[in-house]
Design a protein around this ligand. Sequence first.
Ligand code: GLV
Ligand code: MN
Ligand code: MN
Length: 431
Amino acid sequence: MAESFSTLPLRVNPDRMLDSFTQLAFIAATADGGVNRPTFSDGHLAARKWFKEEIEKSGLEFRTDGAGNHSAFLPASVIGSGQQAPLAKTLLLGSHLDSVPNGGRFDGALGVMAALEVLKTVKENRINLKSRTEPSRSVNLEAIDFTDEEGTLVGLLGSAALAGHLSQKDLASPRGGRDQLVEGMARAGLSDASMLSAARPKDSLAGYLELHIEQGKRLERAGIDIGIVSAIVGIWSYRLSFIGRADHAGSTTMDDRLDASLGASAFTLAAREMVMMGFPDCVVNVGKMDFAPGAFNIVPARADLALEFRSPDEDEFNRLDAALLELARKEAGRFGLEMRIEFLGKHSPSMMNETMQTAFATACDDLGLTHVSLSSGAGHDGQSLADLCPVGMIFVPSVDGASHSPREFTKWDDCVNGANVLLQAVLRLAG
Ligand code: GLV
Ligand code: MN
Ligand code: MN
């Protein structure tokens, strides 16, 4: 028997969401189909401005905070009175509008556009949200764009500030450099003091839900619609400097050089071997290697490496950390180099909330979508918030697993599936 119309689960408006997504994808678009929106670049500021205007056009309230997070806010209202409910908690939905340099147009942007679309759908259907666990409390909805998720400046900056985890120390030696941070904050009208004032009380939040592209191949290979995230990996970063001596590249014999490039290169190769052999759940990346003075005819006196490694497990992290630093010192010693190690910050691995995972699974079942539980190898703002409020996250398939690249692509039907699961999870948690 055909399902009657009234029993169909509520869905988002896919055309309206596509229209917003497309407008956003044009901002700081690159010729190869990606976007270039590193935090507080002109392109990123333009995307933030567009988001603010889009919120205002849709009749939702625009909000911002000291960390520069931008939000659409839909207040819970006391039924019939039109006033804001006094005991309301806020359920956050969102992601980020910044990108890596020459990134893709789905990473972060999809989650923010889907969150905004969920608010529009709830608003136009005049749904009053209430906490399932505390029925006396109404639930506000907020679609948030977190500042600097990607780590151009600090990484998970807006979410760490909101969660109260950001410290003066984090701002003093950010992984993107202090000068860049100060300049970026000034461009956005922010400061250290404003950043540190953005923490929200734990009691004000009902939870955080995020839709994101998978950025890997597991869903596509398995032909599954939705990934329900069980845990997010942790990320540690360092700047490693191998220090040698500048010399004439032609007249200095090969055995008389203190060549910083050799320590850096040997370390990079050995770190890969070490992780593959001894740390199967971890990954390591040297994403940048700068030689100084940096000329064809000078033996490199210094090599600076941007080192990042990730693990789903805190104990394994500690072991890997010790092993990588020991390896760096060993390779420096092998080539007669001095070693400097600068710790640039860490984000711990986090578990996703069980109730949120169940709400997502039920939402998928009701929408006739297949789902699987998986972990996230990418970092996400949810890991900043996991000890503040219940956090849940879903993935939709990435074509060929491509991400942090203009090749990033997700079929629009999959994007819409993700937005519908997000909407239905909200209704399950607070409907
Ligand atoms: C963010 O996308 C990260 O995992 O680096
Ligand atoms: Mn992202
Ligand atoms: Mn990313």
